[in-house]
Design a protein around this ligand. Structure first.
Ligand SMILES: Nc1ncnc2c1ncn2[C@@H]1O[C@H](COP(=O)(O)OP(=O)(O)OP(=O)(O)O)[C@@H](O)[C@H]1O
Length: 244
């Protein structure tokens, strides 16, 4: 019986149409109304969002506005790293601090959505850390650069994330914003601008579900909010139900 129920879930049309009416009565309530394992584990099934865009395009600015307007609805996943904790950093909150051996083991087990090496240390986003946020009833936000986007696209993450690209209005404006942010040296500014064209070309190839041009901040923000508003309402309703 259990086997046939499982088969029915995979190809209901073929099997249901072949069933006798009496058998249908017995089977349908089980197959169509009982939640699947995935549904019961995470009744609130919202898609994680992957935000990407050139450095200085305004990702943090837009996300900060979103987090401020909808507190408790969004969360970044906690990354893994092999670097040592800095004073004040908390394991499991700022990062999952792991040994190189443990990191490599997780890579071999395909546990990462994306991972990369920076100045001798490894960093990665595990699939589990994204699931942890989804099952806590929040929408997981992944702010990643182009290679991260490509890796996540190849992964089997469920539910499939939505990919959003934040596009600067022009290269000149991007340079101006990065300069006025006051965080860059001439050298780091050049590096950031150099990598911009590749990111823009990738976006132009249709890699993203949504492209938001961040010219007027309020307009760009409304665009982002419009994309996410149905999920925000779902999350808020779920919180209300749980009395949070
Ligand atoms: N629409 C906008 N109009 C004018 N300035 C903006 C706008 N959006 C963002 N900025 C400014 O541009 C600068 C870069 O924005 P922000 O730091 O959010 O970019 P980012 O994409 O998060 O960059 P990075 O990837 O380097 O962290 C900031 O100083 C921010 O205040």
């Amino acid at each position: 019986m259990l086997r046939s129920v499982a088969l029915l879930r995979r190809c209901p049309v073929v099997f249901i149409s072949d069933l006798q009416p009496r058998l249908l009565q017995l089977v349908l309530p089980v197959t169509l109304t009982r939640p699947t394992r995935a549904m019961s584990q995470n009744a609130l099934s919202v898609q994680p969002i992957v935000i990407s865009g050139p450095s200085g395009s305004g990702k943090s600015t837009l996300l900060n506005k979103l987090f401020a307007e909808f507190p408790g609805c969004f969360a970044f996943s906690v990354s893994h790293t092999t670097r040592n904790p800095r004073p004040g950093e908390v394991n499991g909150k700022d990062y999952h601090f792991v040994t190189k051996e443990d990191f490599v083991k997780l890579v071999e087990e395909s546990g990462f959505l994306e991972h990369a090496q920076f100045s001798g240390n490894m960093y990665g986003t595990s699939k589990q850390s994204v699931r942890d946020i989804s099952s806590s009833g929040q929408l997981c936000v992944l702010d990643v650069e182009i290679n991260g986007v490509k890796s996540i696209k190849q992964s089997d993450l469920k539910p499939k994330p939505r990919f959003i690209f934040i596009k600067p209005p022009s290269m000149d404006e991007l340079r101006r914003r990065l300069q006025s942010r006051g965080t860059e040296t001439e050298d780091s500014l050049k590096k950031r601008l150099d990598s911009t064209q590749e990111a823009m070309d990738y976006a132009d190839s249709g890699a993203y579900d949504h492209v938001i041009v961040n010219n007027e901040l309020e307009v760009a923000y409304e665009h982002l909010k419009g994309i996410l508003i149905a999920d925000i309402h779902k999350i808020q309703a779920d919180k209300l139900k749980k009395g949070q």
